[in-house]
Design a binder for this molecule. Structure first.
Ligand code: ACO
Ligand code: ZN
Length: 165
């Protein structure tokens, strides 16, 4: 297994592989039309990571108009990270962090997003750590958000105009 990986935007022919990774890594699974819809509306922030000549991780997002979760009553364009996952053998080498940074930068440059947010299971320590590492803060607790009754943290970060490092 090589240590290297590359990022690129999603292509239609990646759909089965990405759905397989989602199924393998997360209990929240979606129909193929859901993936296609996100890709058709927000192709720049649907990104895959390749290593060993295969996709090993993905991130997909949606851009929403709404109000800032960090600055009260400020209108905002919110980059919503709908789902991110990296296959288990490829974890802890920076792939998810790179996917997040790329999506956040593309969210700003392609869709003028001003803020990024997501929901994460309160028990999902690796993911909460990842987002805290990226300067996200817990902005709300959504009680019973998941189908099995677990709560979600909503975590949010402002997106700077310049390139995020
Ligand atoms: N324990 C503690 N900290 C962690 C862990 C962990 N297991 N994993 C990541 N981190 C933190 C660390 O600070 C890490 O930096 P370091 O390795 O230098 O210490 C930093 O996050 C970056 O980690 P990456 O290597 O970029 O993360 P990775 O590629 O391993 O992917 C992910 C993290 C996506 C959470 C992975 O574990 C995964 O796919 N889990 C299952 C699916 C999942 O939970 N997805 C997120 C659901 S929430 C949502 O989709 C919006
Ligand atoms: Zn969400």
């Amino acid at each position: 297994m090589s240590q290297g990986y590359t990022l690129r935007t999603f292509r239609s022919e990646d759909l089965n592989r990405v759905m397989g990774i989602n199924f393998e890594c997360l209990p929240e699974n979606y129909s193929s039309s859901f993936y296609r819809e996100l890709f058709s509306r927000f192709p720049e922030t649907f990104i895959v990571a390749e290593a060993d000549a295969e996709i090993q991780g993905y991130i997909m997002c949606r851009v929403e108009r709404g109000f800032s979760k960090l600055r009260s009553l400020s209108p905002a364009r919110l980059l919503h990270v709908v789902s991110i996952a990296v296959r288990e053998p490829y974890r802890r080498r920076g792939i998810a962090k790179a996917l997040m940074l790329e999506a956040m930068n593309k969210g700003v440059t392609a869709y003028e997003a001003t803020e990024c947010y997501l929901e994460v299971r309160v028990s999902n320590e690796p993911a909460v750590r990842l987002y805290e590492d990226l300067k996200f803060t817990k902005t709300k607790r959504n009680y019973g958000y998941y189908l099995d009754g677990e709560d979600a943290w909503v975590m949010s970060a402002l997106l700077a105009k310049g390139k995020i490092q």
